[in-house]
Design a protein around this ligand. Structure first.
Ligand code: SF4
Length: 494
């Protein structure tokens, strides 16, 4: 079995997305963007799920190389295992026509071969089908006559009760029919990609919607470096296809958008306010909103995590589980705010202590301000369902929730620096530039999520203390930001 490879599954998919991305990856790897902590967390999740799925076919032997990237070793190990008649192989590696693939699980049942590719997601995408099609092409051309090829992914209907039951957690779906349909595409694409890689210069590919689909490209730092600040790619609520339609007409900056260009109302506001460099305030609507707020005001924010593999009994894969909140309370408009917080211990179901602490600390009257009501409300409603003993108290709390996002979403207040966004991360730097998430150890909800997941298995007490402090700082910033944002809104109508 030849072991030299030019393409692998990931580089093939990269080339299908964009020739230039593959070329840069092969010849100018140093131009690749650094991997963000958010993406790193997704990759680690995939690895953990893959290991768990191996239990679907116990007794297998892992053919992974001892050190990463030594794929020839892995291909050779797979060959030897096949020769010895091994029935279950994990990470079975094959090379055909200089294309390397490593299949998650290869199984021989009753003399027939079955391939399984594991994904930590809950649905099967076209990219997964193409990925399976490449595996099928390589493996069958290596002489393994696959009876079937399936994608193993997570079944959201599963509810944990005791030990995780892998057979119920995962669902297997044959993709053989689609995979066969893709074979001629693969057959034609591989020589094209190889030819393209061997050319002396970088293919001339302009930026386009392919930079984002199916995955955000990791050469954007290079290809997009000439896209100026205040480009039309900052137009909020506009999809990439429409942004590129505009770009192809030669409109690159927001101030170049013609007055008669068809835009949605919020986009038109964004363009107009950018050109005027003025803040837009709908005093009448904003006043109505602000006058409707009842003190004491509680500013409330929840952090949740969504483990792919359920951690607590009674929960499903990817269920949103609240583990932390921050609460700033202002008795009156001019008063200083008091702060309360809660962060669950890792390893214990956080939901009961969350609801009990929350009901103790939240004010019994006045409004509760959140940022994006739909999210906090759904979390609290789930808790009320789960703990019916608190149903009435929770109903009272839920009836007092108001959304601080509304003035921004409805454009009762718009600052050019919001750049079309109405998320708190877009609004805060525009309204309160002196406050920033950048200095914090955790700067986004998704990192907070993966950090809490990390705490579930972390044993180093110093690391645990550090992560917990970062989580507390992050969540506190969310509600403090709301306090400060409200002050700006109040000043704007005085
Ligand atoms: S950023 Fe866009 S144009 Fe550049 S390599 Fe990636 S996908 Fe291709």
């Amino acid at each position: 079995m030849a072991t030299i490879h030019i393409l692998s599954k990931s580089t093939f998919l990269r080339g299908v997305q964009c020739d230039k991305s593959l070329y840069l990856y092969k010849h100018y790897y140093e131009l690749k963007d650094e991997i963000s902590p958010e993406k790193q967390a997704i990759f680690s999740r995939g690895t953990n799920v893959g290991l768990l799925a191996q239990q679907l076919f116990p007794g297998g032997i892992d053919a992974s190389p001892e050190s990463p990237f030594k794929y020839a070793e892995s291909v050779e190990k797979t060959r030897q295992l096949l020769e010895k008649g091994q029935k279950v192989i994990y990470e079975a590696a094959f090379v055909y026509d200089e294309v390397l693939v490593a299949l998650d699980i290869l199984v021989n049942q009753d003399g027939k071969w079955y391939a399984f590719e594991v994904k930590s997601s809950t649905r099967i995408t076209d990219t997964y089908r193409l990925d399976a099609a490449l595996q099928y092409w390589v493996i069958t051309n290596c002489g393994i006559d696959l009876e079937d090829i399936s994608i193993v992914n997570i079944d959201t209907k599963y509810i944990k009760n005791g030990e995780v039951e892998v057979k119920k957690l995962f669902t297997k779906t044959s993709v053989l029919k689609d995979v066969k349909k893709h074979q001629s595409f693969i057959e034609g694409k591989i020589p094209n990609l190889k030819k393209m890689i061997s050319q002396p210069s970088v293919p001339n590919v302009k930026i386009g919607p392919q930079c984002f689909s199916p995955y955000e490209c990791d050469f954007m730092g290079h290809c997009w470096k000439n896209i100026s600040k205040d480009s039309i790619f900052e137009l909020g609520g506009m999809n990439k296809i429409d942004q590129f339609k505009m770009y192809e007409k030669g409109i690159e900056r927001i101030n170049e958008v013609p007055a008669n260009y068809p835009l949605r109302q919020n986009q038109r506001i964004q363009v107009d306010q950018f050109n005027k460099q003025e803040v837009l305030v709908d005093r009448s609507e904003l006043k109505k909103f602000l006058n409707g707020l009842e003190y004491p005001l509680s500013f409330f924010d929840v952090e949740t995590f969504m483990p792919a593999v359920p951690v607590y009994d009674g929960t499903r894969p990817y269920e949103n589980l609240p583990f932390q909140y921050s609460l700033h309370v202002k008795e009156q408009k001019e008063a200083f705010s008091k702060h309360f917080e809660f962060l669950a211990e890792a390893g214990i179901d956080p939901r009961k202590s969350f609801i009990e602490n929350f009901l103790k600390q939240v004010e019994k009257e006045g409004d509760i301000l959140v940022y994006n009501q739909a999210f906090e409300t759904s979390i609290l409603k789930n808790l009320a369902r789960l703990f019916p003993e608190y149903k009435q108290e929770m109903a009272q709390v839920l009836s007092r929730i108001k959304d601080l996002m509304l003035p921004f979403k409805n454009r009762w207040y718009y600052h050019p620096e919001m750049k079309g966004s109405f998320s708190i991360k877009g609004v805060l730097p525009a309204l309160v530039p002196e406050l920033s998430y950048e200095e914090l150890g955790i700067g986004s909800g998704s990192i907070a999520m993966s950090s809490f997941e990390q705490l579930q298995s972390e044993t180093d007490i110093f690391k645990i203390a550090e992560i917990r402090q970062h989580l507390l700082d992050y969540c506190k910033m969310d509600t403090f930001a709301m306090v400060k944002i409200l002050e700006v809104l109040e000043r704007s109508v005085e």
